[in-house]
Design a protein around this ligand. Structure first.
Ligand code: FAD
Ligand code: 2HG
Ligand code: ZN
Length: 474
């Protein structure tokens, strides 16, 4: 039964947005269930404002009714941060209708877009104007710019261009009071006090609702080449990264590592992708070299690097994509690991980072701990080695009931992995965020003073606790 106060709120929301954009019935699973289908919540209503003013009006109405709000973009988040809880009392605020590219300023090298713009559409708008918007991730066909900012998403080009944070020059944000902060300046220099933009980025909808952003653009490289290399060990992959930095400099725009079992899953579930070189090597590396001169120049430098790496022994075999379609296929293999893992069954994800120099020992020691703990456990280890970020995922032993596996092992596996991360001075969330999945682990792994400051900031900006409560900090 809905409480009378919620009924008043629903009437107010319908007046503000129109019947069609306040959803309370029908199949709402696209909004209420997380991407991995591990959690399902229930919203009081799903609201779909079409403008910044409407977002502000919705926030004001919810604040008056003391009803909390969960902002949502493409709902591709992996830490259960963008769906409602199961009380049926929260408003799910979808930004999807706010999807306009507002402006491209070629001389300033900036693009301003609304938060609900799908990342791929932002990339395409940049490309149509002759520029590169470098943020790139497997979910780019459905995740949104607002979600990318709210999670400070990483992806596969961070090694050269940085996280979403590094790409953002300005934000428009609706505060917890329903005021609008207009800071879409596009300035590269502005030291007029606290940088609230950086407070909002990565705050996962707990401090404000991002409605638009001004992002950096880059010149389109003259050539982008992709190579796939077999490496004898993680330590050799790290050595190859060092060689790539040394010989390609800023040309290194992608450096991904994939363990054999991760590739075995892609081969099993998507055989049409024809994964190269995976059978005889424990790890493969996907490298991308971008060049501002020409394809011939890029190829010559890339082949020189790979020859050195073969001589040195840090690469045992390698292929360089001959054309765009081969390069796309290699990237498609890499981006398909998450889907192949999902096909294989429920699993435990760890999105961790440690200093790049510690990665070989982290993997060796943590692999040993887990294989000792759970007989037959299957480790799906892959990720953004160039950023020190691994998706160190854990799949149930073959034939095991996955629900039972999660019930019996998830907490212990998380503790083992996170303690290992702590020993190596790493982070338990490198790029996916905290959401509700890691909110209770955070106090064990985050500096206590930093966490207390985060709680005070949350309280100062959102004293009613209306914005995405229970996520990031309690
Ligand atoms: P949602 O899932 O809708 O929301 C995520 C969080 O942001 C929630 O806490 C939500 O409340 C908040 N939020 C959303 N929009 C706003 C807004 N406008 N204002 C305030 N808060 C908001 N992530 C990476 O970092 N790197 C990867 O390589 C990567 N690859 C992925 C591959 C696959 C196949 C999948 C499914 C996910 C991947 N992700 C990756 C995770 C996910 O795509 C990112 O976290 C993405 O940034 C989420 O965007 P979204 O629009 O889907 O956000
Ligand atoms: C990736 O890098 C994503 O592909 C998803 O961050 C990672 O599935 C995962 O664990
Ligand atoms: Zn990732």
């Amino acid at each position: 039964m809905r409480q009378p106060a919620s009924l008043d709120l629903l009437i107010a929301l319908r007046e503000l947005l129109g019947e069609a954009h306040v959803l309370t019935s029908g199949d709402l699973s696209a909004y209420e269930q997380d991407w991995r289908k591990r959690t399902r919540g229930q919203a009081l209503a799903v609201v779909r404002p079409g403008s910044t003013q409407q977002v502000a009006d919705v926030v004001k109405a919810c604040a008056q009714a003391n009803v909390s709000i969960v902002p949502q973009g493409g709902n591709t988040g992996l830490v259960v941060g963008g769906i409602p809880d199961n009380t049926g009392a929260q408003v799910l605020l979808s930004l999807q209708r706010m999807n306009a590219i507002r402006a491209i300023d070629a001389d300033n090298l900036t693009l301003t877009a609304e938060a609900g713009c799908v990342l791929q559409n932002v990339q395409q708008a940049a490309e149509q104007s002759g520029f590169l918007f470098p943020l790139s991730l497997g979910a780019e066909g459905s995740c949104t710019l607002g979600g990318n900012l709210a999670t400070n998403a990483g992806g596969t080009q961070v090694v050269r261009y940085g996280n979403t944070r590094e790409l953002c020059l300005g934000l428009e944000v609706v505060t917890a009071q329903g005021d609008v902060m207009h800071s879409l300046s596009g300035l590269r220099k502005d030291n007029t006090g606290y940088d609230l933009r950086h407070l909002m980025i990565g705050s996962e909808g707990t401090l404000g609702i991002i409605t638009a952003a001004t992002m950096k653009l880059y010149p389109m490289p003259a050539a982008r080449l992709t190579a796939w290399a077999a490496v004898p060990s993680v330590a050799h992959a790290v050595k190859l990264l060092g060689l790539a930095h040394q010989h390609l400099g800023a040309g290194v725009t992608g450096f991904e590592m994939m363990g054999q079992f991760a590739l075995r899953l892609v081969d099993k579930h998507y055989p049409q992708l024809r994964v190269p070189l995976w059978q005889d090597t424990p790890y493969c590396v996907l490298l991308e070299n971008s060049d501002s001169e020409s394809e011939a120049h890029a190829r010559q430098r890339f082949e020189h690097l790979l020859e050195l790496a073969l001589e040195d022994g840090c690469v045992s075999d390698a292929v360089v994509a001959e054309n765009l379609s081969q390069a796309r296929n290699l990237w498609h293999i890499r981006e398909s690991i998450t889907l192949a893992q999902a096909e294989e069954g429920l699993n435990i994800k760890h999105d961790i980072s440690v200093p790049i120099s510690s990665i070989p020992r982290f993997v060796e020691e943590t692999d040993a701990l887990l294989t000792r703990e759970i007989s037959g456990v299957r480790l799906v280890n892959f990720g953004h080695l160039g950023d020190g970020n691994l998706h160190y995922n854990v799949q149930a032993p073959e034939g095991c009931d996955t629900q039972a596996f999660l019930r019996d092992h998830e907490d212990r596996v998380n503790a083992l992995v996170y303690q290992s991360v702590k020993r190596f001075k790493g982070s338990i969330s490198a790029e996916h965020g905290v959401g509700s999945m890691k909110v209770d682990s955070l106090p064990h792994y985050k500096d206590p003073v930093a966490l207390a400051l985060m709680q005070r900031i949350k309280h100062a900006l959102d004293p009613q606790g209306l914005l995405n409560p229970g996520r990031v900090v309690r």
